[in-house]
Design a protein. Structure first.
Length: 186
């Protein structure tokens, strides 16, 4: 048994087999940039939808990854996700979204597992500096996948004394705050 590495996936033979694949996603920034980067490295294409109000500089940053078509829509985030999912179904593209719903759990789970690698790498770097664990974490809320994954990793790793954690989000898109304030279990 031999594991396939990311370097293996970048071979000309594999790129030739993957060239017609299109990844599609909705994002307000970093997730879409990561999808565009991976698609470019694999020789694929990506289509990225951004919700209304997205910053043009973020769209340009995604486009700069190459092989990517980026559209700032007039849709809110949830509707941009639905548009990406609909086009994936219609055109046979691969939806790569970190938001899960019934029937679409595998890829979001893989993405969430990937976010734990960031936590491990951060801890490894702290350890190299002689720091055993962080005292505090500040995590961006986003759709919650990254924050939940990193926090879960840290709590599992330091279950007796986890770092004090603050989830942050801009006041202009304070979804977690509004959800907590509504106190309606949604």
């Amino acid at each position: 048994y031999k594991s396939t590495t990311f370097k293996d996936l970048q071979s000309q033979d594999i790129k030739e087999k993957l060239k017609d694949i299109v990844f599609v996603t909705a994002t307000d920034g970093n997730h879409g940039k990561g999808i565009a980067w991976a698609a470019n490295k694999l020789g694929c294409k990506s289509v990225v939808f951004m919700p209304k109000g997205s910053v043009l500089a973020r769209a340009k940053a995604i486009e700069s990854m190459g092989n990517s078509t980026v559209t700032i829509t007039d849709l809110n985030y949830d509707d941009a996700v639905r548009k990406a999912a609909s086009l994936a179904d219609e055109k046979g593209w691969y939806l790569v979204q970190d938001t899960a719903w019934e029937g679409y759990e595998d890829i979001p789970n893989f993405i969430s597992q990937g976010y734990t690698i960031m936590a491990k790498e951060a801890l490894d770097e702290l350890n190299e500096l002689g720091i055993e664990k962080p005292t505090h974490l500040f995590l961006q809320a986003g759709v919650g996948s990254m924050a939940g994954s990193v926090l879960g990793y840290m709590v599992n790793r330091f279950d007796k004394n986890p770092p004090i954690t603050t989830i942050v989000e801009p006041a202009t898109v304070a979804c977690i705050y509004k959800s907590a304030k509504a106190d309606d279990s949604k």
